[in-house]
Design a protein around this ligand. Structure first.
Ligand SMILES: *Cc1c(COP(=O)(O)O)cnc(C)c1O
Length: 376
């Protein structure tokens, strides 16, 4: 059996073990220590714009804390892009709040400004102004940042920028993760850099960063004994994992470059194939890290279905996967409130994510190309 080619697998740069070793040598085997602080500083200088970063145990934890920091509670509604990974929406339920799902637009596959505004208007008309908006830069593609931010600020609703897939992506030259009132990052094993598991909350003040760290470390008040006035969480990043992160930061730009090259590789292969569209930036304003390269297949024009290609890859032990199934179609979210048409549903039906690791080899590319060549 040929070795498996994954969609996106961890890719170490080499220095990670040095940072992890130093954690062991200094006995900082805890959810605090020099690697946590160092990793946070690395992220702050990488993202620029004077952001303040809190290292956390996961991207999901970061979204949960972001909602808490924005005072979301059981009576509240939160607008969330429907086409995304469930981790964008689950924390809304952790708080007993209600998600209002919004469709994507076809250019960036992310939250539709039209339906976002419609949702806000209708929820307000029904007597409840949404407490927050969660927009997602899917597959690294920035959402329509200008338009979404304009709507959020016009209605005075805070924006949570789910940048879990978009570290290194830019809109008009500015780093994704720095636009929202609060941004979030993920360092899960399949993301553009990994700490094996981890995440971060991106704030615009030291105060918000410190509040996030306070909540993430059991909301312990400043006292010699354990004193608590608020409900706390155990969400801080470990110093061992942060050591991996510090090593990964040194190769982040290489990873972005490699993933963008994967995108070009697929553009070239599919160029001559009618009915197959490689997901690409709509204009020069957008720069995706191309975390995953994706295609949509118009089976009428292409003469084959998405599933035929996926199964052909699988036979060669190559992983590919349908796009995210929209949240308003997920059985777990019963009777969802949804604003939109069929854009995300069609993307889910016709779209495929392709192997996109920064560690794809030439040999891997040849195997991928060979499978695709049977379809052209
Ligand atoms: C991965 C991911 C998350 C969650 O991050 P974890 O670190 O896995 O908890 C949230 N949103 C999106 C869009 C993601 O892809």
């Amino acid at each position: 059996m040929k070795s498996r080619i994954y969609l996106s697998s961890p890719h170490m740069g080499g220095l990670e073990q040095e940072f992890v070793r130093s954690a062991f040598e200094t006995n900082w085997i805890a959810p605090l220590g020099p690697n946590v602080t160092g990793f946070e500083q690395d992220l702050e200088s990488y993202l620029g714009n004077d952001v303040k970063v809190a290292g956390l145990s996961s991207g999901t934890a970061a979204i949960h804390l972001a909602l808490i920091l924005l005072n979301v509670g059981p009576e509240d509604e939160v607008i969330c892009q429907s086409m995304t990974f469930s981790a964008s929406a689950n924390p809304i339920f952790y708080l007993g709040a209600t998600p209002v799902f919004v469709d994507s637009e076809p250019e960036t596959w992310n939250i539709s400004p039209e339906y976002l505004e419609k949702a806000i208007e209708e929820r307000i008309a029904k007597g409840k102004k949404p407490k927050a908006i969660i927009g997602v830069h899917l597959y690294g593609m920035p959402f329509k940042v200008d338009r979404v931010m304009e709507i959020a600020s016009r209605y005075d609703i805070p924006l949570i920028e789910d940048s879990a897939e978009a570290l290194g992506s830019k809109f008009k030259g500015r780093m994704c993760g720095t636009f929202g009132d609060i941004g979030i990052l993920s360092f899960n094993g399949n993301k553009i850099i990994t700490t094996s598991g981890g995440g971060a909350l991106v704030a615009h003040s030291e105060e918000v960063k410190n509040k996030a760290i306070f909540l993430a470390t059991q909301a312990r008040e400043n006292a010699p004994h354990y004193e608590h006035r608020e409900v706390g969480y155990n969400y801080r990043l470990s110093n061992v994992c942060a050591g991996i992160g510090r090593g990964q930061m040194q190769v982040l730009n290489d990873h972005v470059k490699a993933r963008r090259e994967n995108h070009h590789f697929y553009k070239e292969i599919f160029e001559a194939m009618p009915g197959v569209e490689v997901f690409s930036e709509p204009s020069e304003e957008y720069s995706s890290n191309h975390w995953l390269s994706c295609i949509t297949i118009d089976s009428q024009l292409a003469g084959f279905e998405r599933e035929e290609l996926r199964i052909a890859f699988e036979k060669e032990n190559i992983e590919s996967r349908p796009l995210w199934k929209p949240m308003h179609l997920q059985p777990v979210f019963k009777n969802p409130v949804y604003y939109g048409s069929d854009v995300s549903e069609n993307l889910f039906r016709n779209g495929l994510c392709l192997p996109s690791g920064s560690n794809l080899t030439n040999n891997d590319r040849e195997r991928i190309k060979k499978v695709i060549s049977h379809f052209g």
